[in-house]
Write a protein that binds this ligand. Sequence first.
Ligand SMILES: Cc1ncc(COP(=O)(O)O)c(C=O)c1O
Length: 500
Amino acid sequence: MFFDYARPPSGLGRFGEYGGRFVPESLVPACDEVEREFRAAWGDPSFRSRLERVLSVYAGRPTPVTPAWRLSAELGITLLLKLEDLLHTGSHKINSALGQALLAQRMGKRRLIAETGAGQHGVATATAAAWLGFAATVFMGERDIERQELNVFRMRMLGAEVVPVSTGSRTLKDAISEALRHWVSSVDDSYYCIGSVMGPHPYPWMVREFQRVIGDEARTQCAAELRTGTPDFVVACIGGGSNAAGTFAGFLDTPAQLVGVEAAGGAAVNAGTTGVLHGFRTKVLQDSHGQISEAHSIAAGLDYPGIGSEHAYLADLGRARYVTVDDHEVVKALRKLGGSEGIFCALEFAHAVAWVLRAVEQGEIPPGATVLLTLSGRGDKDMPTLMESTPVTPPQRQQVIVERSWGFVYAVSLMGTTGERLELAGSGRELATSLRRRTDLPVLAGFGVSSPHHAAKAARYADGVVVGSALMLKVLDGAGPEQLGASVASLRAALDTADG
Ligand SMILES: Cc1ncc(COP(=O)(O)O)c(C=O)c1O
């Protein structure tokens, strides 16, 4: 069963039991106005051709579909990447921000309000506002401000006001609530430029229409690239779900399997139940009293406890499948893509790569399959997060760490789990040696130590080792206290026999 995409959703923007408009009385006329104006604009060839031109000469459309050569060969599949990261401002968010900004101009508004998580939609909105000579106010959770510092600076440089939100989890959910509250009080001159396929009708439908350019282009490009015409799998990451909705729109009436990848800690489809959030009905993470639960993801743009209403419906229909990956797989996938293709992607998109890696390994994606991934954004914004979660601690930060430590300093030599490693990471030696130069405290090496051989090697540059999952794996294999004690003793003995 497919949607008829030539038509808007039924009633007040219903996708099955999802969607709709659950807003305070004071916002009803504003939502009505946006809907009326969008319908008129979308049916107006001059608006459509202006948007098309702006997307082309300003944003950089069409974006290419490129084969990921080396990763494809390694995985035994054909992997195609739709490069939305090449767009002006670095992600797909500009497609909808420019569309909505032109709509706001047509409506006679002079100011854009937006929320942002990863900062990409905030940057896109600030850019569209600057380009049209509008003011822009962007709401952003304090936690996201900390981890997406670069984008906050970019927004301010573009002339936008960034308003920190200190309520709740201080992330995207709270920023949207605050932006909606602010819109109520400034609706006369302001247009609320929502960043994903969420919110009250007409936003989920309208944002999907502005993003469907991704799927429409990709469909034509895949037809030229693939012998089979359409890919077997079409995969995208999901925060609110706009890059996925735009991509899926191009493939809904094909046999392609549609896969949306959620963060494990923000898995609204997999762990949520039906509820109302931010003015629309959807699947949402909540407790038995309807209190919204906090989402968590290393990717600020996926840290959302709900999902676009259309996705909730596609999940119920079984037309699209929604899967999850955890932060750990994501960082590994990001490095893998960088190392194989020379593309440093956003943490959000790395979720899609992580699922493909796992699905190939587990045979869910069979050898020879064709897979299209929408590469939703580039990774520059994530550099500080990655520097914290990978062992690239710069000397200045090492100094702060040793000054604030007591007991011992734990030098984490590589991302990963202990039990997985055959060899220790070379970077461990460098880090531990540098830390030892700065402190008299014992420096212990970890992550990668799983055998006496490793312990002996680590003892050449560290005062001890921390062993985690290698011992956990033994427990899972049925080891009791005695065997564990023996393991620890053999590691201890290896430390003492180290030759250096
Ligand atoms: C690069 C990137 N990809 C994906 C997302 C998730 O948003 P959506 O699900 O609406 O595409 C974000 C959100 O900020 C993002 O910055």
